[in-house]
Structure formats: structure tokens, C-alpha cells
Design a protein around this ligand. Structure first.
Ligand code: ZN
Ligand code: ZN
Length: 284
């Protein structure tokens, strides 16, 4: 079984929204036309969209600016300290950074999708809400601007990038050289963590993508569209990695997510995806 045939075409049709249908008329029955299971007319999706606040917007805007400034400054120092004879180690470190970013995207996405609730103070409304909205209205992400799409991912990289800049400013040239590969690893990890939701947004965009994005998707350098659709089949229980998606198939073969869920349910008694299921039911 290859990875795209993990779920059959019929199973995908019955349990996910058809995003390449521009008319939003992919309802399979009259009942689904009146009570949409997906999309911008879903009552739960509308309720979740309304919870996006101005305070949240401010946090996202600030995160974007801080992250971009730190990234530019660190990139300047990386170029200044780069030594041509070490290029193979640097490329290897960078590749490991990208793979780590893909794994981190899966772990955070899985955690936010499967556990806790939008009712949770602070975290729920500000950081879990987008994950719930995304399952019942997957194309809403294509209508979000750059700040709403990327603010939270940019925020996650700020502590690491700030520490990196501090080290560049305070350490001697020799000390910087000693940890240079590690720095390149962390820098590419941060860059790909920051870019993850933009890449994820492109994987939901079926119209008007620039040719080079489609090229990167087709060569599976970033998350391809049909690959990510496997995650968007209810009950959204697999293919959580959304940066490159390289780890989805190996993790599937290892039964990684079901094992983690079994472990948590055994230890705590909580069942995965109860909140996600609750929002999916809010159709009227
Ligand atoms: Zn998800
Ligand atoms: Zn998605």
C-alpha cells in the first residue's frame, strides 16, 4: 500500500470537504446542504471564527515583527561566520533542522487536535481555537491574511532566536565556530517552524498558487496538497506533520500516534479528540 492510498477515494469523499470545488456544492445529500458538515456555513465554524479577538491579533503582529528582526540579525551573523570548507556539515545540520521541524509540527498539531478544550482559560481561545476551526472549515485558512496565518508559529521561534543572537553578540569568534553546526541546525529548525503554517495554507490552496510553490509541492520538498488531504478525513487521526510531511508515512507505519494516544488514555483516562468531535457536531 503506498501512502496516498492509505484511505480509499470513497472514504475520503464521504468524510472530508472537497477543497478543489470552488462552488462549495460538494454536499452529498439534501441533509448536508441544510446542515453542512464542513465549510464557512457550519455553525460551529462560525462560532469559532467569532472568537478571534483584537488582543490575539496584537500578539500575532508583535510576534511576526520580533521574529523577522531576530531572523535577519542571526542570518547576518551566520553568513559572517560561515567557512566554505565546512559546507557539508552545515548542509547536514540544516537538513536535520528541517526534519526536526516536521516532527515538531506533527507533535504540536497532534497535541492541539487531540487533547484539551477551547474552554480552557487563555490557551483554549487563543491557541486551540484555530485547530478546531480548521477541521470544520479547512479553507478558512486560505482566507486568513499573513499575520493570522503565521503569528503563532513565528512566536514559537522567538526564545530560541533571541538566545542565538545573544550568543553571537557575547561569544568569541572561536566559541561561535565550535558550535556553528548546532547553530545552523537551530536556525533552519526555527525558519521551518516559522514557515510551517504558510506551507500548510498553501496545501489547502487549490487556486492561484505561484508556479514555484506548486513545483515545491510536486517534488514533496514542502507539504503537498493531496498528501495533507489524508489528515482532513474525519476523525482527523493521522498525518499530523505539516511542514514537509516527510515523517507522516514512517510514523504511520510505526503506529506512533495511536501508541501515544493509548499511553495517555491509559495514564489519565482521557479519550482523544472529544472536544474536536463536540465542535464537529455543532451543525445547527
Ligand atoms: Zn488537524
Ligand atoms: Zn490542514
Amino acid at each position: 500500500m503506498d501512502m496516498e492510498s492509505l484511505k480509499t477515494d470513497r472514504h475520503i469523499l464521504e468524510n472530508s470537504m472537497l477543497e478543489d470545488d470552488p462552488n462549495e456544492n460538494s454536499a452529498l445529500s439534501q441533509e448536508e446542504k441544510n446542515l453542512p458538515r464542513w465549510g464557512p456555513y457550519h455553525k460551529g465554524a462560525q462560532e469559532l471564527a467569532k472568537l478571534y479577538s483584537t488582543g490575539k491579533r496584537r500578539q500575532e503582529t508583535l510576534s511576526i515583527y520580533m521574529c523577522l528582526i531576530l531572523m535577519a540579525a542571526n542570518f547576518f551573523f551566520i553568513l559572517r561566520h560561515f567557512q566554505m570548507e565546512r559546507w557539508t556539515t552545515v548542509v547536514f545540520a540544516a537538513l536535520c533542522g528541517i526534519i526536526t521541524a516536521d516532527f515538531a509540527s506533527g507533535l504540536v498539531h497532534w497535541g492541539a487536535d487531540s487533547w484539551c478544550s477551547v474552554d480552557l482559560p487563555i490557551i483554549g481561545k487563543n491557541f486551540l481555537r484555530p485547530f478546531r476551526e480548521h477541521h470544520i472549515d479547512p479553507t478558512s485558512i486560505t482566507r486568513h491574511d499573513f499575520i493570522e496565518t503565521n503569528g503563532d508559529n513565528f512566536m514559537l521561534t522567538i526564545p530560541c532566536l533571541a538566545r542565538m543572537l545573544w550568543d553571537f553578540l557575547t561569544k568569541s569568534n572561536e566559541e561561535v565556530q565550535n558550535t556553528f553546526s548546532w547553530t545552523c541546525y537551530l536556525f533552519l529548525l526555527a525558519v521551518f517552524v516559522a514557515m510551517t503554517n504558510q506551507i500548510h495554507k498553501w496545501s489547502h490552496t487549490y487556486f492561484g498558487l505561484p508556479w514555484w510553490v506548486i513545483w515545491l509541492q510536486d517534488h514533496h520538498i514542502i507539504l503537498p496538497r493531496l498528501h495533507h488531504r489524508i489528515h482532513h478525513v474525519a476523525p482527523h487521526e493521522t498525518y499530523f506533520c505539516i511542514t514537509t510531511g516527510w515523517l507522516n508515512w514512517p510514523l504511520e507505519k510505526l503506529n506512533f500516534w495511536p501508541f501515544l494516544e493509548w499511553l495517555i488514555t491509559t495514564l489519565t483516562g482521557y479519550k482523544p479528540r472529544t472536544d474536536d468531535f463536540k465542535w464537529a457536531q455543532k451543525r445547527a
